[in-house]
Design a protein. Structure first.
Length: 116
């Protein structure tokens, strides 16, 4: 199993980033996929989930209306489009299989820093 996140970086408040997650080693299309994040000094928290067919999505209240999760089952990829970024979105972002609990080994994550 391998989960490789990418696309993080430094962005100003109000800016946008698109994160990508490449998954391999498991039956990707059989699982809902989620994004999580861990801010400095805090526990990892769930951010968003997309179900197997990519139609239904769920979001944490803190990102609802600003973030969009999507997936490409043909490419075993999951994406997180992040708009209107705020300093409180600063964190390391991870993807994993499952809805609210990561079912696979965690990847290295991708760091997002929102700062003027």
């Amino acid at each position: 199993v391998q989960l490789v996140e990418s696309g993080g970086g430094l962005v100003q408040p109000g800016g946008s980033l698109r994160l990508s997650c490449a998954a391999s080693g498991f039956a990707f299309s059989s699982y809902p996929m989620s994004w999580y994040r861990q801010a400095p000094g805090k526990e990892r928290e769930w951010v968003a989930t997309v179900v197997n067919n990519g139609i239904t999505t769920n979001y944490a209240d803190s990102v609802k209306g600003r973030f969009t999760i999507s997936r490409d089952n043909a490419q075993n990829m999951v994406y997180l489009q992040m708009n209107s970024l705020k300093p409180e979105d600063t964190a390391v972002y991870y993807c994993n299989a499952g809805r609210r609990t990561g079912l696979k080994d965690w990847g290295q994550g991708t760091r997002v820093t929102v700062s003027p």
